[in-house]
Design a protein around this ligand. Sequence first.
Ligand code: FPP
Length: 251
Amino acid sequence: MQSKSESGLHVAIIMDGNGRWATHRGQPRVAGHRAGVAAVRRVVEHASDVGIRTLTLYAFSSDNWARPAQEVQSIFWIIRAFLRLECDRLRQQGVHLEVIGRRDRIPAPLLREIERAESATADGHILKLRIAIDYSSRTAIADAAIAAVTDPNSNQPLTSDYMRTIIAHALKANCGDVDLLIRTGGEQRLSDFLLWESAYAELAFTDRMWPDFDESDLASAVSDFNHRERRFGAIPAASAKPMYVVSGSAQ
Ligand code: FPP
């Protein structure tokens, strides 16, 4: 069982609705992705104000390779520009940036920018910002399981508990399970995002398109989350009355 860490919340966001936002305005889909960058900036800037310690953003899923090549290239270009232009600001804000997902298919110029931004922000202690690129949760879990069973240095028996520990570690879930998962754009599904880490996440779906999402939407999602009762499979504390004994047996 894992709950909100003492150092703050882990919020994950599926940034959906960029394409529709643009189409509704008679603009090409890529205009929605460009406008989405401003929303990224807003949530990053205000995340720590509302108690977020780790923020994981779904920027490009492994299934997004099925989109037209031009849109894929544009998304990569936009992310690269964001990293190049915002890196100093992120560092000043105390952000520690990390990219999760496959790296072997990422175009070299973007990969260079990712590595540069990761090392430039490595000392950030205010907010851990994780950007998921070429990310598939099923692939991440499968890779973690392969690493566990093929580790030549391990002579541990492959028990469930051992595998859970190894997989969580390999998924970098040590930054904490997801507390709150937000999806914009009106759809209500997880789309292969942080399936393991979201085992007990609270889910929040909003019709707001990602480019329109702002700090007040973030604050209201977190405030709603703070009023939810998280039981992690147990029962509410108030209901946990002491057991009493009837006819010699516990009830
Ligand atoms: C999903 O909306 C969005 C994406 C696949 C791309 C997200 C990328 C950004 C917001 C660019 C900036 C990111 C960073 C981290 C700087 P969609 O296009 O599927 O929307 P639709 O459902 O309306 O078509």
